[in-house]
Design a protein around this ligand. Sequence first.
Ligand SMILES: [Mg+2]
Length: 101
Amino acid sequence: MYKDDTGKHAVQWYGQENQEMQAMEEMGELITALSHKRRGRIDNESVCEEIADVLLALESLKFSFGEDKVNEYLAMKKQRLMIRIGVEMAAKTERERGNTE
Ligand SMILES: [Mg+2]
């Protein structure tokens, strides 16, 4: 199966410190893009481009800090979020039921 090693190659070629700096810059650009989007100054396309930059930078960080550990945390946090959403949905349904009875 094909494994995308772009993050690994970027770290090996440019160095971890450089890729960490790149990630910080890209995350800053995404924050700015989202802020500009809220003000109607840029379109979705520009935000998508900044999201892609951040995702690419995160691949380098995952390689540097431990892909398996990051994936483990990601799975745990996704599961926790889904449980929280389920609890909140149930509470909302209960409130709405209470309002109509
Ligand atoms: Mg960018």
